[in-house]
Design a protein around this ligand. Structure first.
Ligand SMILES: CCCCCCCCCC(=O)SCCNC(=O)CCNC(=O)[C@H](O)C(C)(C)COP(=O)(O)OP(=O)(O)OC[C@H]1O[C@@H](n2cnc3c(N)ncnc32)[C@H](O)[C@@H]1OP(=O)(O)O
Ligand SMILES: Nc1ncnc2c1ncn2[C@@H]1O[C@H](COP(=O)(O)OP(=O)(O)OP(=O)(O)O)[C@@H](O)[C@H]1O
Ligand SMILES: O=C(O)CCC(=O)C(=O)O
Ligand SMILES: [Fe+2]
Ligand SMILES: [Mg+2]
Length: 334
């Protein structure tokens, strides 16, 4: 194991299990002088993060806060998700996804198994997650006081059906987003139960957020890949990787350029997590024509046309502006 990786493992294993109490072990980052705030590019001045936490995010592109969301809240999100699965309620705009190995097979027992729901902004109970003051306090440290919830997901990673399709390839979330600046975007991802290597926890490449947006495409996986699960075409297999093992309520905040994915679910349970991508209310939309993001724009448009029978008048940008919801401060240019 490489030395930086070993150090990270040590830090993660020693994270205090108290929300405000993370004390990272010394890293090389701490040689940065606290008196030079202009060196801090990825975090903002605030009273919440300790200098160690700020430096950890600056250096690694993620910050894990233990025990942030209460068990009661998570149980409520879980019950709401179950109601959606049982089709007891219908949520406008909600996208329901089943695993490709299940959707395309006649032989898998539970054809109805939902692997993920996206765009729950119209479900008041699930959307409560995105407005939790505990979450927003941290989000503000990364993107400032004007906060838009741009993308919401409840991931119910199914037991692998034998084709490794439950994996999520290594990717950068920015690939999906036609808005900038990149440093005013952050994801909050909360474990709804114990997540570990067995059931496919998040895997991150620490420090990869300092690079640029890479070209993404479908990985060449024998057993198939889920729709729109693009992966970074070439990433350094020698780059240290960290498996983020988390307990119910633990929350990781991460930068949209951080390369991450998740391994296969080798258990019989559905591994649950809830997440929201936030952007500052003063971000702006970009045209992705001629960029590496053109391929995902094309796929999103095809799905929208098929589903809603609309033509070219709805742009990639519009699909985001429609889903985005202000949760704090002002909506300025989003
Ligand atoms: C806007 C993008 C999101 C940005 C997120 C930011 C970072 C997040 C990183 C990611 O999460 S990337 C993955 C994001 N994935 C998606 O957004 C996919 C969401 N899912 C869907 O849009 C629908 O579930 C899907 C279009 C895949 C299926 O729609 P339907 O429920 O209408 O399916 P239907 O039963 O009508 O099946 C239509 C076809 O899709 C196939 N299908 C169903 N589920 C599939 C699947 N999971 N993968 C591949 N194909 C699938 C199905 O077999 C069938 O194939 P055929 O046309 O060949 O018969
Ligand atoms: N052949 C592959 N090509 C591209 N990405 C892959 C490949 N195999 C695995 N991955 C991705 O690498 C990440 C982590 O895989 P890894 O094998 O390290 O984790 P794991 O399977 O969860 O853990 P463990 O190795 O302990 O079983 C996942 O995002 C997975 O999708
Ligand atoms: O497996 C997971 O829960 C993470 C998925 C992910 O990275 C994403 O949907 O962007
Ligand atoms: Fe992601
Ligand atoms: Mg593995």
């Amino acid at each position: 194991m490489s030395r930086p990786l070993e150090r990270l493992r040590v830090i993660i294993n020693h994270l205090d299990r108290h929300p405000a109490g993370i004390r990272a072990a010394p890293t090389s980052a701490q040689t940065v002088s606290y008196g030079h705030p202009q060196r801090l590019r990825y975090t903002l001045d605030n009273d919440l993060l300790t200098p160690e936490q700020r430096l950890f995010y600056e250096e690694n592109g993620f910050l894990l806060i233990r025990n942030l969301v209460s068990k009661q809240d998570i149980d409520r999100f879980r019950r709401e998700f179950e109601r959606i699965c049982r089709q007891e309620i219908k949520v406008p705009g909600l996208v329901v996804m089943r695993d490709v190995a299940i959707a395309k097979s006649e032989f898998v027992p539970d054809q109805r198994a939902v692997s993920k729901v996206q765009d729950f902004q119209e479900d008041p109970e699930l959307f409560r997650y995105c407005s939790l003051p505990k979450i927003l306090k941290y989000v503000e440290c990364f993107i400032g006081p004007n906060i838009m919830a741009m993308h919401t997901m409840l991931i119910n990673k199914p037991p692998d059906a034998g084709k490794k399709t439950s994996r999520h390839p290594m990717h950068q979330d920015l690939h999906y987003f036609p808005f900038r600046p990149v440093d005013r975007i952050v994801c909050a991802w909360t474990a709804m139960e114990t997540v570990n290597r067995q059931n496919g926890c998040l895997v991150v490449l620490p420090g990869s957020h300092k690079g640029t947006l890479q070209e993404h495409d479908y990985p060449e996986w024998e057993g198939g890949v889920n729709k729109m699960y693009h992966g970074v075409r070439d990433y350094d297999p020698e780059h240290p990787r960290v498996h983020l093992e988390m307990e119910k309520g633990d929350t990781v905040f991460f930068h949209p350029l951080l390369i991450h994915g998740s391994g296969m679910n080798q258990t019989q349970g559905f591994r649950k997590a809830i997440s929201c991508h936030y952007a500052s209310g003063d971000c702006y939309y970009i045209d992705v024509k001629g960029t590496t993001q053109e391929n995902i724009e094309k796929e999103v448009k095809e799905i929208i046309v098929r589903r809603h029978a609309v033509g070219d008048e709805l742009t990639f940008k519009d699909t985001w502006a429609i889903r985005g919801r202000l949760v704090q401060g002002e909506r300025i240019s989003m």
